[in-house]
Design a protein around this ligand. Structure first.
Ligand code: ADP
Ligand code: MG
Length: 654
C-alpha cells in the first residue's frame, strides 16, 4: 500500500474536521483529543475550563494575589510618565503656571517648582523615581507569577504521570509511549502557562486599559466614549475567530503526539527497522506526518493572523481619528498642545492592551486546549479501581491457593472471546503449566491471574478471596513475573535486580544473583554490579538478561510467580543454567509456567492444555501421556525425529 501524501491527508483531515464540527452541532457527539467520543453536553466550555483551572490554582492563590498587587502598582505607575511630557510642553515650554489642583499637591514652600528650570528638574527626577519603583514592582510580580507557573508545571506533570501510569494496560498501549511523553511535556506545560495567558497578561492589559481610560476621562470624557466603542469589537473578534482556533490547536497536538509516538517507536525498534531496510520508509512516514502537522499549523496561522490583522488596521484608524479630532480642538484653543500629546500617548496605551488581549487570546486558546487534554486524561478511569471495602493482602499470611472458576474473557477493544469457561485450581506452592498452541490464551490466562484485567465472567480467588475484593496494590506486591521479553531499565545491574525491592542491601542483591546463576557473568562485567546497562539491556545476551530478570523476581520474593515463556529464546546451555535458577525460584511459590518446550513442564503438578481459549485437558504429565489426547500428541510432535534425534530421551521414562 502506498502511503498517502501529506496533501491528501490534509484534505482528509479538513473533511474530518468539518464532519466532527457538524456532528458536534447536529448529533451532540464530541470527539475528544484521545479519539474517544462523548456527548457534547460534557464538552468543556471555556467557563468549565476556567473553573477547573481555578481549582488547580487554589494552592497558589497567595502568591498569585501578591503577583497581581505588584502588577497593579507597577502598571499604574507606568501610566504616569506621559503626564510629565504634558507638563513639560505646557508648563515648561509654554510658560503656563501649574494649575491650582496640581500645585496644591506639593508644599507651597517648594518655590523652585514655580520656575521653568526647577519644574523641569523636578519632572525629570520624578520621572526617574516613578519608573524605578514601577520596574521594581514589575519584576517582583513577574517573579511571583513565574514561580507559580513553574510550580503548576511540576504539579500538573506529576498528576498526569501518576494518572497515566495507572490507566488500564490496553489504554496505555493505545496511547503509546511517545504520545504520553509528549503529552506530559507539552500539555502539562501549557496548562501551567495559563497563569500567564489567563491571569497575568490579561490582568496587566486590563489594569492598563482601565488606567488609561480613567486618564482619558479626566482629560476629555468624549475620548472615553470613543474608546468604549472598541469593547464590543474585542468581543466580536473573540467569538468569530478565536472560538474556532481551539479545536485546531487540539488537532495539532494530537498530530504531534502521533509523530512523537512514531519516532519513539522507530528508535526503540531500530534493529528491526534496519534489518528490513525500512529506514527510508520510516523517514518518509515521519516527514509526511510533519508535513501534515505543518499544514495544520499554517491553516491555524491564518486564523490566528486574522485577529491580528483586524487590530493592525484598527489601531492606525483610531490614531488618525484622534489626531484629527484633537488637532481641531488645539486649533480652536479648547485644549493645549500638551493635552493633545497626552491623548495620543494614552490612546496608544489604551489600544496596546486591547491588542495584547486579542493576541494573548490565541495563546490562551493553545493553553486551554492543553488543559482540556489534561482534563480528558485525568477524567479517564484508572485501572480496575478498588471496590469499596477491598482488603489489603498480608504477604506473610498468603498460602497461595489460586482458584480459577468459570472464567471467560475478551479484551476490551475486541469482540472475540479469548477465554471460555476456564476452571482449574493451583494448590499452594504448586506448579501449574499452561500449554497449547500459540494464540490459545495462555498469556491471557496469566494476565487475568496478574489482574492486568478482570474476567468478564467467573472469578479468580486467592485463598478463597475473590481477587476483586483485594486491593490491587497489595496483590501486585505478592506477584512476580518473568517474561520472554525482559525489560531492563537504564541503570546499573544492581538497580535492575533491586527494582522491586528498593531497600535491598548489596549482599541480598548478590545472593539473589547467585541463586539465579547470574553472579559469575556479573562479576566479569567491567564494573560488576555497578555496570550500567543501556535501555533494554542491549549489551547483555538474552540468557544474561533472563537471569537478571530471575534474580529480580527472587529478590522480590513473590508468593505467586508467573513465568511466561521465560526460557523460549535460549540456547540449550543457557536453558539448563536458567532452568536450574528457575527451580530455585519456584520453590515454595505458587507458580504458573508457560513453556514452549514441553520437556520443561513435565514436573509440573498440574498441566492445563488450552486450545482456542478452552481447556481441552488437565492432569499431570503421566496422566496425560496415558490418555493419548492432545497433550500426548504435542509431546510426540515435539520429540519426533529427524529434527531432534536426542529429544525422545528427554521425555522417555516419565
Ligand atoms: N491486548 C490484546 N488485545 C486484543 N486481543 C489480544 C490481546 N492480546 C492477545 N490477544 C488475542 O488473544 C488471543 C490469545 O492470546 P495469548 O493469550 O497471547 O495467546 P498465547 O499466549 O497462548 O500465545 C489471541 O487470539 C490474541 O490475538
Ligand atoms: Mg503468550
Amino acid at each position: 500500500m502506498r502511503a498517502r501524501s501529506s496533501r491528501q491527508r490534509f484534505v482528509a483531515y479538513l473533511e474530518r474536521f468539518r464532519r466532527d464540527r457538524q456532528r458536534a452541532v447536529t448529533e451532540g457527539i464530541h470527539i475528544t483529543s484521545h479519539g474517544t467520543e462523548r456527548p457534547t453536553a460534557r464538552t468543556r466550555g471555556t467557563l468549565e475550563l476556567l473553573h477547573a483551572f481555578w481549582a488547580m490554582a487554589r494552592l497558589h492563590r497567595g502568591s498569585m494575589t501578591a503577583a497581581l498587587c505588584g502588577l497593579a502598582v507597577s502598571t499604574i505607575l507606568g501610566l504616569l510618565p506621559p503626564a510629565a511630557t504634558k507638563f513639560t510642553i505646557d508648563n515648561v515650554f509654554g510658560r503656563q503656571p501649574l494649575s491650582a489642583a496640581v500645585r496644591g499637591l506639593f508644599p507651597a514652600t517648594w518655590t523652585k517648582l514655580d520656575t521653568p528650570g526647577g519644574l523641569l528638574a523636578a519632572l525629570a527626577i520624578g520621572l526617574l523615581g516613578v519608573s524605578l519603583i514601577s520596574v521594581l514592582f514589575g519584576i517582583f510580580s513577574r517573579w511571583q507569577a513565574t514561580r507559580t507557573a513553574k510550580r503548576m508545571h511540576v504539579e500538573l506533570k506529576r498528576r498526569v504521570f501518576d494518572h497515566a501510569a495507572r490507566l488500564s494496560l490496553d489504554r496505555v498501549q493505545q496511547m503509546r509511549s511517545g504520545g504520553t511523553v509528549s503529552m506530559l511535556r507539552e500539555d502539562g506545560q501549557s496548562a501551567g502557562d495559563l497563569i500567564f495567558s489567563l491571569i497575568y497578561n490579561p490582568s496587566r492589559a486590563l489594569i492598563q486599559l482601565l488606567g488609561s481610560m480613567v486618564a482619558l476621562a479626566v482629560t476629555d470624557w468624549r475620548l472615553l466614549l470613543g474608546s468604549i466603542v472598541l469593547v464590543p469589537a474585542v468581543w466580536y473578534s473573540h467569538r468569530t475567530w478565536i472560538g474556532r482556533l481551539r479545536p485546531m490547536y487540539r488537532d495539532i497536538r494530537a498530530q504531534r503526539d502521533r509523530i512523537d509516538a512514531h519516532a519513539t517507536e522507530v528508535f526503540g525498534g531500530m534493529r528491526v527497522v534496519r534489518g528490513f531496510a525500512r529506514t527510508g520508509g520510516e523517514q518518509a512516514r515521519y516527514t509526511t506526518g510533519n508535513h501534515l502537522m505543518a499544514r495544520q499549523e499554517l491553516r491555524t496561522w491564518w486564523w490566528a493572523r486574522g485577529v491580528e490583522i483586524a487590530w493592525a488596521l484598527l489601531v492606525p484608524a483610531a490614531s488618525a481619528a484622534l489626531l484629527w479630532y484633537g488637532g481641531t480642538q488645539v486649533l480652536n484653543g479648547s485644549i493645549t498642545a500638551g493635552d493633545l500629546v497626552l491623548f495620543l500617548t494614552y490612546l496608544v496605551m489604551l489600544l496596546a492592551p486591547i491588542e495584547a488581549l486579542a493576541q494573548s487570546a490565541t495563546g490562551l486558546q493553545t493553553n486551554l486546549a492543553g488543559l482540556d487534554r489534561v482534563l480528558d486524561l485525568l477524567g479517564e478511569q484508572r485501572e480496575l479501581p478498588d471496590r469499596p471495602g477491598a482488603r489489603r493482602i498480608d504477604p506473610a499470611r498468603v498460602r497461595g491457593q489460586l482458584e480459577v472458576r468459570g472464567v471467560s474473557f475478551h479484551y476490551p477493544q475486541t469482540e472475540a472471546r479469548v477465554l471460555n469457561d476456564i476452571n482449574f485450581t493451583a494448590a499452594p506452592g504448586s506448579i501449574v503449566a499452561l500449554v497449547g498452541p500459540s494464540g490459545s490464551g495462555k498469556t491471557t490466562c496469566c494476565n487475568l491471574v496478574a489482574r492486568f484485567f478482570d474476567p468478564d465472567q467467573g472469578t479468580i480467588t486467592l485463598d478463597g478471596i475473590d481477587l476483586r475484593d483485594c486491593t490491587l496494590e497489595s496483590f501486585r506486591r505478592i506477584l512476580g513475573i518473568v517474561e520472554q521479553d525482559v525489560f531492563l531499565f537504564d541503570g546499573t545491574v544492581a538497580e535492575n535486580i533491586g527494582y522491586a525491592s528498593r531497600n535491598a542491601r548489596p549482599e541480598q542483591i548478590e545472593s539473589a544473583a547467585r541463586a539465579a546463576n547470574a553472579h559469575t557473568f556479573i562479576s566479569a562485567l567491567p564494573e560488576g554490579y555497578a555496570t550500567l546497562i543501556g535501555e533494554r539491556g542491549v549489551r547483555l545476551s538474552g540468557g544474561q538478561r533472563q537471569r537478571l530478570a530471575i534474580a529480580r523476581a527472587l529478590l522480590a520474593d513473590p508468593r505467586i510467580l508467573i513465568l511466561d515463556e521465560a526460557t523460549s529464546n535460549l540456547d540449550t546451555e543457557s536453558e539448563i543454567l536458567i532452568q536450574e535458577s528457575l527451580n530455585t525460584l519456584m520453590r515454595g511459590r505458587t507458580t504458573f509456567v508457560i513453556a514452549h518446550r514441553l520437556s520443561t513442564v513435565r514436573h509440573a503438578d498440574l498441566i492445563v492444555v488450552l486450545e482456542q481459549g478452552r481447556i481441552v485437558e488437565t492432569g499431570t504429565h503421566d496422566e496425560l501421556m496415558i490418555r493419548s489426547g492432545r497433550y500426548q500428541e504435542m509431546v510426540t510432535l515435539q520429540t519426533a525425529p529427524p529434527s531432534a534425534p536426542r529429544a525422545p530421551v528427554e521425555v522417555a521414562g516419565n
